[in-house]
Design a binder for this molecule. Structure first.
Ligand code: F6R
Length: 261
């Protein structure tokens, strides 16, 4: 796992956007269009703003780029301001100018949720897989909505949100009870299929989960620790999120002596 520790949340956003832009450009240079995996929540917002700025400045061409969201709530309408359909449209599709027909979010309203989840997996496969998956991390170590004890081999499916996740996400709703209890989420196996994983985290509230993910054992108790199994995983964090790591000096030494650009 590549661990990049930077000084501020703004720098997390700039570094992460630079990595995503590089993947989009290299797919384009090979006459293709990238498929990017996108997360909701607060952590990636700065990264989306940086990407939108690159597009606006004419430095990044996203024509043909497709996007796949990690997850969606079950039980709130698509047009709800906090449904992930709406959140992805507001923070990703519109500011980056992606073609809405190429932006996919799991269906939390399907009558047959299992079939819809299987269909989502097929859509990802039909796009040729995800080139780079942007991730945040829950304070309890979740990625996507794969809560602790989720199977590390899991695929897209219906899940129950942990009470802590509902409490953490209550800030997006008028009251804590309005946070849905269920969701559909890409599984950890689905996430690990992406060619690159890029996790961003800022702030002290994530420090324990970040330390478990990077330096703890691979365990379903910290689903994000599954990133250790991926050969191309990059974690970009600020000092506060890095504050519980034991090998900080080593990560910095590696960054100063990187064998590639
Ligand atoms: C969002 C998602 C979650 C969040 C995580 C962190 O699509 O899958 O795993 O990335 O809950 O949320 P924030 O960034 O709001 O702290």
């Amino acid at each position: 796992m590549e661990v990049v520790i930077v000084e501020s949340a703004d720098e997390v956003a700039r570094v992460a956007a630079g990595l995503i832009a590089r993947v989009i450009r290299s797919r384009k240079a090979a006459s293709g269009a990238a498929a990017i995996g996108v997360a909701t929540g607060s952590s990636p917002l700065g990264t989306y703003r940086e990407l939108a700025a690159l597009v606006d400045a004419g430095q990044l061409d996203v024509h043909g780029v497709s996007a796949f969201a990690l997850d969606e709530y079950v039980g709130i309408p698509t047009e709800h301001p906090e449904s992930y359909h709406t959140v992805i449209a507001r923070n990703v599709t519109e500011p980056l100018g992606l073609d809405p027909a190429l932006v996919h979010v799991p269906d939390g309203l399907a009558e047959d949720i299992d079939a819809a989840c299987e269909g989502y997996e097929r859509q990802i496969a039909a796009a040729g897989g995800v080139d780079i998956q942007l991730l945040g991390i829950g304070a309890n170590g979740h990625v996507g909505f794969n809560e602790p004890t989720s199977s590390l081999a899991s695929r897209t499916r219906l899940k129950t949100l942990a009470p802590r996740t509902r409490a953490d996400n209550a800030r997006f709703f008028d009251s804590p009870e309005q946070v849905p209890v269920h969701c559909v989420t890409q599984g950890i196996g689905t996430i690990l299929d992406a060619r690159h994983l890029l996790l961003v985290a800022q702030g002290e509230g994530k420090a324990d989960a970040v330390a478990q993910m990077i330096e703890g054992p691979v365990s379903s108790m910290c689903p994000a620790s599954a990133l250790q199994l991926h050969p191309e995983a990059t974690v970009v964090i600020d000092r506060a999120a890095a504050s519980k790591l034991r090998l900080t000096e080593f990560y910095e030494y590696v960054q100063q002596h990187t064998p590639r650009d």
